[in-house]
Design a protein around this ligand. Structure first.
Ligand SMILES: C[S@@+](CC[C@H](N)C(=O)[O-])C[C@H]1O[C@@H](n2cnc3c(N)ncnc32)[C@H](O)[C@@H]1O
Length: 222
């Protein structure tokens, strides 16, 4: 039996140098992660090579608004790797709207949502927020769609759903935007486009976990 120590990130502990969340679906793994039992609970180790949010935490992220009961819109849910840890953190009172365009990812996401009540899967293109207006206002948007127009997608969704002073996390993949330009040039262009709408709180390069990725924490100015 091991013991976890406190972490500065709400709803997480540190176990042998890894972040971990308390497993809301005891005995089950989501993406092959390690399960660790402590005296009282079971934890899932959070892999920074598989989740950019965890990579950013490892690289010193300070902005962490996730808490019990948070309402989150997540764009680019994939099969639910990062989502599963957020689901552990926000608990039964939380709501995690998970937008994904790829039908094969949706299958995994739907089966995940059947075991975790706070995940609401939405099969849609994040370019068309009008298709999921029922989501209503959220406190946090997490965006990881790896598309050339990802900055415009974020702005559109923030205008529709994000409350004033709400927080957006944005994973910028320079290769998806322009392979011919240096990553820093691409990052600077993206930030310039975001600045009329957001205050940039943090910029974190995700190496060594993800190459040519910038993780942004933003406050919505509305
Ligand atoms: C890099 S993966 C996301 C990984 C995920 N955020 C995680 O940490 O577990 C990008 C995902 O965005 C999805 N995607 C791409 N374009 C999209 C769009 N326009 N609307 C919704 N999802 C999109 C892809 O199908 C893919 O599953």
């Amino acid at each position: 039996m091991v013991s976890g120590s406190q972490s500065s990130f709400y709803g997480t502990v540190q176990i042998k140098g890894s972040f971990a969340t308390r497993n809301a679906d005891k005995g089950r793994r989501v993406y092959g992660e390690r399960l660790v039992k402590t005296d009282d609970f079971e934890y899932r180790l959070w892999d920074p090579h598989r989740s950019k949010l965890c990579g950013a935490m490892k690289k010193g992220l300070k902005t962490f608004p996730f808490k019990y009961g948070s309402k989150i819109l997540y764009l680019g849910a994939s099969t639910g790797t990062t989502i599963s840890h957020l689901s552990d953190i926000i608990g039964d009172e939380g709501e995690l709207y998970a937008v994904e365009i790829a039908p094969q990812c949706m299958k995994s996401l739907i089966s995940l949502s059947e075991r975790r009540n706070n995940i609401i899967p939405i099969h849609a293109d994040a370019r068309h927020p009008e298709e999921y207006v029922d989501v209503g206002k959220v406190e946090i948007i997490y965006m990881d769609v790896a598309q050339p127009d990802q900055d415009e997608i974020l702005i559109k969704n923030a205008k529709e759903f994000l409350q004033k002073d709400g927080i957006a996390f944005f994973c910028v993949k320079s290769q998806s935007i322009d392979v011919t330009k240096e990553p820093q040039v691409v990052f600077d262009q993206v930030i310039k486009k975001l600045e009329p709408h957001f205050e940039v709180l943090e910029k974190i390069k995700l190496e060594p976990f993800d190459k040519d990725h910038l993780f942004l924490a933003l406050r919505f100015l509305a």
